[in-house]
Design a protein around this ligand. Sequence first.
Ligand code: ADP
Ligand code: MG
Length: 350
Amino acid sequence: MAVLECRGLTVRYGDVVALDSVDVSVAPGETVAVLGPSGSGKSTLLYAIAGFADLDAGEISVAGVEVASTRTAAPPEERAIGFVFQNYALWPHLTAEETVAYPLLRSGMGRAQAHEEAHRLLDSVGIAELARRKPAELSGGQQQRVGLARALARSAKLFLLDEPTAHLDAALRTAVQEEIATRTSAGSAGVVYATHDAVEALAAADRVVVLRQGRVVQVGSPVDIYERPVDRWTATLTGAVSVIEADLETEATRTVARFGSLRVAVHGAAPTGSHGELLIRPEWIVVGDTDAPSGVIKGEVGARWFRGPHTDYEVTTPVGVFTARVTGAPQFEIGERIGLTMTRAWLPPG
Ligand code: ADP
Ligand code: MG
């Protein structure tokens, strides 16, 4: 049985339709990332599930029990959900350790053990040394980590995490993501993880729900979302992509795009016409010199960005502008002529 089932959720704030007929389900042990830009409705979805936003349409069930519809709404404390929201909402009079220990004490754990466990949780989010501080003595990011530790201390069937690592630096972000994964996969709890950060969504989730202006535009595995995006907008949300118009041909059972003597395998919806808009990820492009025997698309390096593990090049060619990625430090100069081939291209549906 799903730990969360949302059907047709619609939430309006006056004229603003924050959620428009959203369906989301979460299986036991599953982490579902809700990915979308700022204002797409992520927080509203989590508020609705937790019981802080009223529904204009739809139903929500947690572990098979209906908790909200347009007729009924169970209060947040009756929903067996652990959550951490962007606006922290810590108790001002409790220290960090007391805050995290509180749900453990309520669940019947002994005092010494609850404080020991609270300390361990604070350590896992990198703030054990701040255990005796109250919210007023903590920065926004530190308060958020206390909130996260408190949420993880609860034994809940469902955790809602709203941008839980937004204020953390890269190293701590990874550590906190690992802690979330460990805590939640140990039981059969489900997780809804809202983030605008695609890298985080792809890494953290079993499944990704892409939200755009309150609507679900795609649901799929992280690999589906990245390699088989439903459209150009969704492709751009998860990283660099080249958009190239091409004539398509059917060769035996496969579709290819032909660029001079270069043929590129096209994955995706079977083309209805002979022309399509291909999406090509930078790492599907192979950069070489301009006179490779198998045919290349020749172009000129217009810009380059060193990103640490790899360098991205913008390459202007007669068929369009490509973003190509090469492992390591920059090796081609701006203005240099290079040749491109590619291992595949994606043709989105529709
Ligand atoms: P996200 O978390 O993805 O940034 P939100 O759920 O916060 O998005 O917001 C979705 C939309 O609803 C936005 O257009 C936002 O401006 C609007 N909105 C959110 N909360 C309120 C509110 N309390 N009153 C009016 N509009 C709101
Ligand atoms: Mg938000």
